[in-house]
Design a binder for this molecule. Sequence first.
Ligand SMILES: [Zn+2]
Length: 164
Amino acid sequence: MKIKIGLGYDIHRLSKGRGLYLGGVKISHRSGLLGHSDGDCLVHALIDALLGAAGEPDIGRLFPDTDPKYKGIRSTALLIDVVSRLRSRGRRVLNADVVVVAQVPKLASYMEAMKDSLCPLLGVGHDDLGIKAKTNEGLGLIGREKAIACWAVVLVEEKAGRKV
Ligand SMILES: [Zn+2]
């Protein structure tokens, strides 16, 4: 058995009039994240961490933003696809840890809902998924409420004897 680590990062611009989705949860706010999909940068960072641990191409290569099939798609649907790809290759998620950097809105009250949404998709318990929200102390584009960024790390277990 092999344990592998993966790291993911994503940032999206905030735009007035868009719905805000983070961690698979709709969040009440005056602006949302721009993107070909629902713009959920937390889920995108998680996906890239999972793909990284598995040595697979990143989210942009797997789900190109030029493909109309993915226009407006919920990012959780992409996460389900990625986790099932991993499973079909004998891999499973052990745990994940995420940092969301958002000046606004306050996300503390959404943490449990995000876990309720993501843990079943990852196949982990609530104590195997960490989600932390931070502001950017008013600094830079994130501090000026122009964008939200996310970092994610995951551990993936790979069964021995996997066929390459
Ligand atoms: Zn993204």
